[in-house]
Design a protein around this ligand. Structure first.
Ligand SMILES: O=C[C@H](O)COP(=O)(O)O
Length: 270
């Protein structure tokens, strides 16, 4: 069966566990997720599946995935903009790479709002991720008042442009961008498929303006914000949406597996 991709981009469903599950609970969830996907004969080449646990779980998740040759990818939820040194409490991208992480979330709205991360910090973290061969999942998204004012597109375009300042095309081609409207995160209030498409298309156009060649076609854009098995298929049906960044629903193996199997809801082979 030929791969069903949009312009050759492999869809990615990533579970951001946030500050949930200790390392023992993490191994239980990863095993259940693997069993469920295996049972459904999920094709990981067709739709990539990644888990993003807390730092303290990563070693256990790596051991399980490597030891049992599971096809799940994994990554972290943040990294330091620095590589080493006197940065108490911070984690270097070098350490994450050594643990076999593929992905690292950068600029999640919870980091921007709770920890005061600016676009300048996010930009430094994107560069740090690429220095260590990690793929950043760069998050952008507008607060409710910006959406109500109808200013969401210039807002997220501004974030993306600032967050990519000085990042070369060869790196951007590997980038994953997550559009996560803040008002949709953990609220049950999901953006419409058209809202997600409008945002992801505008972000892709921004990359096309900033970088020549086919870089914009290679970047994967995810939607995040109250994604569930019941709404994922209609969002994934949109041309510029290449995946989902899932929070709460990724903590339930059955529900997350059903999200990963969104093509079954679309009547497509997955
Ligand atoms: O990183 C994930 C997002 O913040 C979405 O979270 P949620 O699925 O719980 O709304």
């Amino acid at each position: 069966m030929a791969k069903e991709t949009k312009a050759g981009r492999t869809p990615l469903i990533a579970g951001n566990w946030k500050m949930n599950l200790d390392h023992q609970q993490a191994t239980v969830l990863v095993q259940k997720l693997d069993w469920t996907l295996r049972d459904k004969k999920h094709d990981h080449d067709e739709t990539e599946v990644a888990v993003l646990p807390p730092y303290t779980d990563i070693r256990s998740v790596q051991t399980l995935i490597d030891g049992d040759r599971l096809k799940l990818k994994f990554g972290a939820q943040d990294l330091s903009p620095h590589d080493s040194g006197a940065y108490t409490g911070d984690i270097s991208g070098a350490f994450l790479a050594k643990l076999g992480c593929t992905y690292v979330v950068v600029g999640h709205s919870e980091r921007r709002t709770i920890h005061g991360e600016t676009d300048e910090t996010v930009n430094a973290k994107v560069k740090a991720a690429f220095r260590h061969d990690l793929v950043p999942i760069l998050c952008v998204g507008e607060p409710l008042e910006v959406r109500q004012a109808g200013e969401q597109i210039p807002y997220i375009v501004g974030q993306l442009t600032a967050d990519l300042a000085g990042v070369p095309a060869k790196d951007v081609a590997k980038l994953v961008v997550a559009y996560e409207p803040i008002w949709a995160i953990g609220t049950g209030e999901v953006a419409t498929p058209d809202d997600a498409q409008e945002a992801c298309a505008a972000l892709r156009d921004t990359i096309a303006e900033l970088y020549s060649g086919d870089v914009a076609d290679q970047v994967r854009f995810l939607y995040g914000g109250s994604v569930k098995s019941g709404n994922v298929a209609s969002i994934m049906a949109k041309d510029d949406v290449d995946g989902a960044l899932v929070g709460g629903a990724s903590l339930d193996a059955g529900e997350f597996a059903a999200i990963c199997r969104y093509k079954a809801h679309q009547g497509m082979v997955g």
